[in-house]
Design a binder for this molecule. Structure first.
Ligand SMILES: [Zn+2]
Length: 492
C-alpha cells in the first residue's frame, strides 16, 4: 500500500545502474504445477452492487499436520456495520465514505467438500474466518476440493473492496486460505492498519461477467472474452498469483505499452496526463525489472481508481488513487511492490517493514535514477521526519517504542507509517551505504531469486544480504527491528 509521506528535495547523487539480471521466467510453469488452484466464476450486479460467485479451490495438504477443518479469510466481512473495528482508521473515515457510512458483507449459500455439503461456520475474532470442516481428516499430502457459493455485498466506499460513482474495486473479495505457518493456519483477523494480508501463491482461473459498457482491469492474462446483448464475460488466468484483483468502470480508458515481453496497461478516467502516467509505470517497471530481476508474468496493469490511501498492490495489478497528491510516486511504489509483496511475499502482518520499507527505498532509488529527486535529499527528509516524530513522542512518553511490530501493536496508523515506511526505508538506505550500491543490488537480486513465489522471512532476507555483502549485517537488521541505537546512529 502507499501512504502519503512528506519527502522533499536537496542534493544530487550519482547513480545509474543497468545490470540486467536474468531470472528464469519458466520457473513459473514449474512452480504452478505444485500449487493450489482457485477457480472463480462471478458476476457483478450493478443495480444492487452485489458480486455473486462460485469458487472451487483444489487444495493439497503440503504440511506435516493433519486437519479437521480448513480456514479461509473472508475479508469482505470486515465491511460489516457490526464489525468490531471500522474497516478504515477513524482519520480516514471521511475520505473513505464521502457519501456517508455504507456497509458490505459476504454471505454463503453453500459450502461443499468433495461434492458433499458441509456445516461451515463464520468464526474468528471478528467473523472474518470461514471454517470448513473436512469429514475425513486431511492428512499430509491429501487432496481436497472445496466449492463455495456466495454473494459479496459491496459498500459505497473508497477502499480495496467497494463501489463509487467512478469505479468498482474488487480487491480481497474472495475467500483465501489462511497462511500456514509452522503447519498451522494463521487465522489473524482483519486489521484497519496497514495491509493485514499474508498468502501463498496459487493458480487463479477467474471468469467475471459485467454489464455491457464496463471496462475491466484485472490481474492475470485475458484468455477469453464473450458478449451477450447486455453483458460481457471475461476469463483471466494467472499462475503463481498471490492475490487476484479486478477494478471495473464504465468510465475507463485504456492505453498500453510493451516493456520487453510484458504488456503494461494503464486504465484511467480522470487523469489528464495519462501518457505520462503510463510512461512512469513503464520506466519504473523497466528499472526494477533490470535491477532486481525479471518480472515473471505477461501483463501488468496500473489502474486509476477511487481509494482512501495512495494506492494498493495486487498481483499484476496496482490501484492508484485518483487525484492523489503524490500520484506519480504512488505508481512507482505500487510497481515496486510487484517484486516485493507480489513475487517475493512476506508476512505483511508481522513484518510490514520487509515490503513497505524496501519498496519505499526502491521508489527513492528510482526517483534518483530518473533525476526527479536526489537520493540524498529524499533520505535526509525521511531521517528528519523520523527523528522529529520520535523526539516529539519522547517529550510525552518515557519509553518510546521504536521497534518493528506486528500491525495490531501499533497504537495508530501514523506510527505504523513512520516505523514501517520511513524507518524501513532508513534501514535499507543504511544497508545500501554499508554495502555499497553494487553489492546492494546483487543482494536484492539474490534475495529475489531465492525467495520468489515464497513467503520470505526476515531471516531469509538477512541471509541473502549477508551472502552478497560478505560481511555481517544481522546486527543492523536486529538494531532496526528492536529500535535500539537506530536514532543515534542516523543522526550522527
Ligand atoms: Zn506499499
Amino acid at each position: 500500500m502507499k501512504k502519503c509521506l512528506c519527502i522533499c528535495v536537496i542534493v544530487a547523487l550519482l547513480v545509474s545502474l543497468c545490470c540486467f539480471v536474468g531470472c528464469n521466467v519458466n520457473d513459473i510453469e514449474k512452480i504452478s504445477k505444485n500449487l493450489d488452484d482457485y477457480t472463480i466464476v462471478c458476476a457483478f450486479d450493478e443495480q444492487c452492487n452485489v458480486l455473486s460467485a462460485t469458487q472451487t479451490v483444489k487444495i493439497t495438504n503440503r504440511t506435516n499436520n493433519t486437519f479437521d477443518s480448513l480456514k479461509f479469510h473472508v475479508f469482505a466481512n470486515a465491511y460489516r456495520e457490526d464489525a468490531k473495528q471500522l474497516v478504515v482508521p477513524q482519520m480516514y473515515k471521511l475520505q473513505a465514505f464521502p457519501n456517508g457510512e455504507s456497509w458490505g458483507n459476504i454471505s454463503f449459500d453453500s459450502v461443499m467438500v468433495d461434492d458433499v455439503s458441509v456445516p461451515f461456520a463464520l468464526e474468528g475474532e471478528d467473523l472474518d474466518i470461514l471454517s470448513v470442516p473436512v469429514e475425513k481428516q486431511l492428512f499430509p499430502n491429501d487432496k481436497v476440493t472445496v466449492q463455495m457459493t456466495y454473494e459479496v455485498q459491496l459498500a459505497n466506499i473508497k477502499h480495496r473492496l467497494g463501489y463509487t460513482e467512478n469505479t468498482v474495486n474488487l480487491g480481497n473479495f474472495y475467500p483465501i486460505l489462511c497462511y500456514l505457518e509452522n503447519d498451522n493456519f494463521c487465522c489473524t483477523p482483519y486489521y484497519n492498519v496497514g495491509d493485514p494480508f499474508v498468502s501463498e501463491v496459487v493458480n487463479v482461473d477467474l471468469t467475471a461477467t459485467f454489464p455491457q459498457g464496463y471496462v475491466v482491469a484485472s490481474s492475470g492474462n485475458l484468455t477469453e472474452a464473450t458478449a451477450t446483448e447486455n453483458h460481457c464475460t471475461y476469463r483471466y488466468q494467472m499462475p503463481a498469483c498471490r492475490d487476484f484483483a479486478l477494478v471495473a468502470s464504465p468510465k475507463f480508458n485504456k492505453i498500453s505499452q510493451n516493456v520487453g515481453d510484458v504488456v503494461v496497461n494503464y486504465y484511467y478516467f480522470a487523469d489528464e496526463n495519462a501518457e505520462q502516467s503510463l510512461a512512469i509505470a513503464c520506466d519504473s517497471f523497466e528499472f526494477f525489472n533490470q535491477n532486481v530481476g525479471a518480472y515473471p508474468y505477461k501483463t501488468y496493469s496500473v489502474v486509476e481508481t477511487d481509494f482512501c490511501y495512495g494506492g494498493m498492490e495486487y498481483s499484476g495489478l496496482s490501484m492508484v488513487t485518483s487525484k492523489s497528491e503524490s500520484y506519480n510516486e504512488a505508481i512507482v511504489h505500487e510497481t515496486a511492490h510487484q517484486w516485493f509483496y507480489g513475487v517475493v511475499g512476506s508476512n505483511q502482518i508481522d513484518n510490514a517493514w520487509m515490503d513497505e520499507g524496501l519498496v519505499e527505498f526502491l521508489t527513492l532509488l528510482y526517483l534518483d535514477h530518473a533525476e526527479v529527486l536526489p537520493l540524498q535529499k529524499s533520505m535526509l527528509s525521511n531521517i528528519k521526519t523520523y527523528t522529529m516524530y520520535v523526539d516529539v513522542l519522547n517529550n510525552y512518553y518515557d519509553d518510546v517504542d521504536t521497534s518493528f511490530r506486528p500491525l495490531h501493536q501499533y497504537p495508530n496508523d501514523t506510527q505504523y507509517v513512520l516505523m514501517t515506511y520511513v524507518k524501513g526505508s532508513i534501514l535499507f538506505h543504511t544497508l545500501y551505504e554499508t554495502m555499497g550500491q553494487a553489492k546492494f543490488w546483487k543482494a536484492l537480486q539474490h534475495y529475489y531469486k531465492t525467495a520468489m513465489f515464497t513467503v520470505a522471512t526476515p531471516n531469509t532476507m538477512t541471509t541473502c544480504f549477508e551472502q552478497m555483502a560478505g560481511c555481517q549485517l544481522a546486527p543492523i537488521f536486529a538494531q532496526f527491528a528492536s529500535g535500539e541505537e537506530v536514532i543515534g546512529k542516523i543522526t550522527d
